[in-house]
Design a protein. Sequence first.
Length: 568
Amino acid sequence: MARPEKIRLGDMLVQQNLVTGEQLKIALEDQKRSGRKLGRVMVEKGYVTEESIAKGLAHQLGAEFVDLKTFKLQPELIKLLPEAQARRLRALVLRERAGMLVVGMADPTDLTAFDELSRVLKRDIDLAVVSSAQLLAVLDRVYSRAAEISGLARELKADMGDVSTEFGNILGLTAGAEDAPVVRLLNTVFEEALKMRASDIHIEPQEKSLVIRFRIDGVLHVQTEADSKISTALVLRLKLMSGLDIAEKRLPQDGRFAIQLRDTAIDIRISSMPTQHGESVVMRLLAQNTGLLQLDRLYMPPRILERFRHAIARPSGIVLVTGPTGSGKTTTLYAALNELNTTEKKIITVEDPVEYRLPGLNQVQVHEKIDLSFSRVLRTALRQDPDIILLGEMRDQETAEIGMRAAMTGHLVLSTLHTNDALSTPIRLLDMGVPRYMVAMSIQMVLAQRLVRVNCENCSVAHTPTPQEHLWLQAELGEKVDDFEYRRGQGCSHCANTGYQGRQAVYEILEMNNALVEAVNRGDPNEFMQIGREQMAGNTLRRDAVRLVVSGRTSLVEAMRVSTQLDE
């Protein structure tokens, strides 16, 4: 394609009936006042979408419109354009065709940018048009900062080996702390973790290296490896940020701190632990402006959502959410609190730590070092005339008994417990020493859940089950096993070649009916398990995982992985 001509965006949109003349007039007046670009003004006013503008420009120029949501990117071509130029020129190399590079531009009318692209790439360019929002999202994904992190780590090692450099300068304790090597390294690690949707950062000293890993969608990925000598500086800086004792290296420590990244407030929980080769640090990232999920957006099956809502609407009793660490239990409970949170209700939460902040709640952080334990706070909370109590976890017999007494005396109690499934939860409480009558009389419902990775929409393809997968499906679906099309993600730049992007919970519920209550009171766990299995037939975690498989949301491999965890 030849060099594009300059066109007037407003006239083009009116000509293609994408906006009216009156809307253009209003937008132009707003543009004069604010100085913003006309397209941005129109999008913010809701007159037109970014995608419509991009398609309109492509039509006007006779160029191709490329939807980056579904386009299969080629990393080797993308890297032809350095990240700095890609962001400044708002461009992306898409493909090679007939000896030319097809370059997607968010603003194809920017003739200066087009000329600079030709100079940088040193190739003939064929222009394509892409949506600005989609382009920025892709740039965040495809340009990894692993090389930058490795370079900063090498710089930090060099500074630590320089006897003329004071340790305070390395750690950022003096003026100009933002330029200290360790500060720049950690900031880059945090920014990359946020960009890659990591939930945790692991800093692990090994014998000859320091490994930094990110947990993304529940799975750890190595981000970079550096010289083990920088481990001390990283750990000391993190301890200073979280107010921990920098002199104590022999005992585990826990703390927290907050940072601001890209207009996003991040709470970071930190845990340090002495290992053979130094202190290992794990940080949990909690974004505070992501917004709480609504129950309707947790993808619960309709029957389970209806029964769960019915249970939390009761004035008293216990509703337990169970599952392993990192299975989304707190997210589910806070989605419930978000729905229950009204001016007529007094809600108190007792947590360690407080992971979400919700206006209108009285949230208490447990602090064992000053004897502010779960049981002590819970006793005090009951004297505060609450309607609803969220107990972060039933960790021991004493806490469980206090929570159950509260449920039996007119309070709704929401809590969590680490059990493998819903059916084993009442048995676990009995094993903890909680009296049978308390378990029988207080529990209203147990909701068990697991998080399953979701197929990447951009690279999801049809999948033929292997013989082993076919047998596993047949156990759940019977003769209907061949009635569905199964899918899996094959890996692309949108999902860091994992085939998955994001996670979704699978659920099962156990409701304490009269038969189950009587079985608990008789103290017969075998009878209880038998009655429970009959009640839950066809509504188990495994069956819910199969539901996601047949709908194409997840892969057979992922569903079988979750099911294997249930059998352990």
